[in-house]
Design a protein around this ligand. Structure first.
Ligand code: M6R
Length: 368
């Protein structure tokens, strides 16, 4: 069943190129992005004046990633909300608000309640879901299935990457309907997405090095994760994986916040994972991150750097360097998340824990 793998999560990590290809398949036809499982018309999409993404856990992180893309492509305000907070506030919604409810299982109670709350306020709800016929898509106006295949490991991997891709399809469909991107630009963005399965496949070649690194990190007490721009949600996701699986204290921070508090945590030998932006695509942010790394290294941290291959400027500051393929900035989370998944799973394994069934957690959280 595990296809010769030691645990399901490893199998699912390796399935990510296929999962992504399946999520994208059939969604570009006759020069247009099509969300064909949905019942929202082109006019409905044109009328949208605000987007909320509501979700929990990793699905929430996929929404944080999508915010960068949707705001950039569509010039629409995008709020990303933890489903459990959203419904207990008084969010400002109306019929021109698009609520994107992201859920692998489609059964998460908090997300379902958020969907119900949004529909009561007359907002339109689009579910991004991996499970056919689940409750959240049933109660939504429309659904976009991720088609990542069943995910058995409690820690989300291939469903998370598929959620990012699906959220991007929503963003491209909105940009297309609103005319904020020309058809040839939409086509180019889609083609770049279509190149991602092979980039993720290349990112998987970091696996052996990361497994060996994980064994050396297994005794750490805590790990910090830093990132900026789309690397920030990746840092949050890396930290969540490590908490869930290895039961280690792990925190993700926006690197720009370092001086506003977290730098006080840096001490001799503390592992800090840094998700680097591209030196070409985001030169200014890249330089800022290099300076952050040199500061934390000077204070004794052990730097574990996920960077674009050939990034020579960061190399002198990286105690450990994990190189991922160069891809367009907005697509970086799809490659930089991969080694962080492997890191968490292998640290957990080295500590003797059940990677697929971490303590206290359920695959779908059907109570609030
Ligand atoms: O099924 P869902 O996508 O709604 O689940 C949301 C979270 O419970 C889920 O992503 C959880 O955080 C995972 N265990 C993360 O690895």
């Amino acid at each position: 069943e595990k296809g010769g793998h030691e645990y399901f999560m490893l199998k699912e990590i390796e399935e990510q190129p296929d999962a992504l290809a399946n999520t994208l398949r059939g969604h570009f036809r006759s020069g247009r992005v099509v969300l064909d499982e949905q019942r929202l018309s082109e006019q409905d999409l044109r009328d949208v004046d605000k987007v909320f993404v509501v979700a929990c856990g990793s699905a929430y992180h996929s929404g944080l990633v999508a915010k960068y893309a949707i705001e950039h492509w569509c010039r629409l305000p995008v709020e990303v909300e933890l489903a459990s907070e959203f419904r207990y506030r008084d969010p400002v919604l109306d019929r021109d608000t698009l609520v994107v409810a992201v859920s692998q299982s489609g059964e998460t109670a908090d997300t379902l309640e958020a969907v119900r709350h949004a529909r009561e306020q007359k907002a339109r709800v689009l579910a991004v879901c991996n499970t056919n016929g689940a409750q959240i898509p049933r109660e939504s106006d429309a659904v976009l299935y991720t088609h990542a295949g069943p995910e058995i490991g409690v820690a989300s991997t291939k469903a998370f990457l598929a959620q990012i891709a699906a959220n991007y399809l929503v963003g491209l469909a909105l940009a297309q309907a609103r005319g904020t991107k020309y058809p040839d630009e939409v086509a180019r963005e889609f083609a770049e997405l279509e190149a991602m399965p092979s980039a993720v496949h290349k990112a998987l070649s970091t696996m052996e090095y990361v497994r060996e690194l994980a064994r050396r990190m297994a005794d750490s007490k805590a790990v910090l994760f830093l990132g900026r721009h789309v690397g920030f949600p990746v840092a949050l996701e890396g930290a969540l994986k490590l908490k869930e699986l290895a039961y280690m204290h792990a925190e993700g921070f926006a690197a720009g916040e370092l001086k506003h508090g977290p730098i006080a945590l840096i001490e001799q030998g503390l592992p800090v994972v840094v998700v680097m932006p591209s030196p070409k695509g985001r030169a200014v942010l890249h330089a800022k991150l290099v300076s952050n790394i040199s500061e934390i290294q000077a204070r004794g941290a052990r730097t574990i750097v996920v960077a674009e291959e050939g990034d020579e400027r960061v190399r002198p500051f990286a105690d450990e360097l994990i190189e991922v393929p160069a891809v367009p900035t907005l697509l970086q989370p799809l490659v930089s998340t991969v080694p962080l998944q492997v890191l968490a799973a292998e640290i957990a394994k080295s500590r003797g824990y059940d990677v697929d069934k971490p303590r206290n957690l359920a695959k779908s959280v059907t109570v609030e």
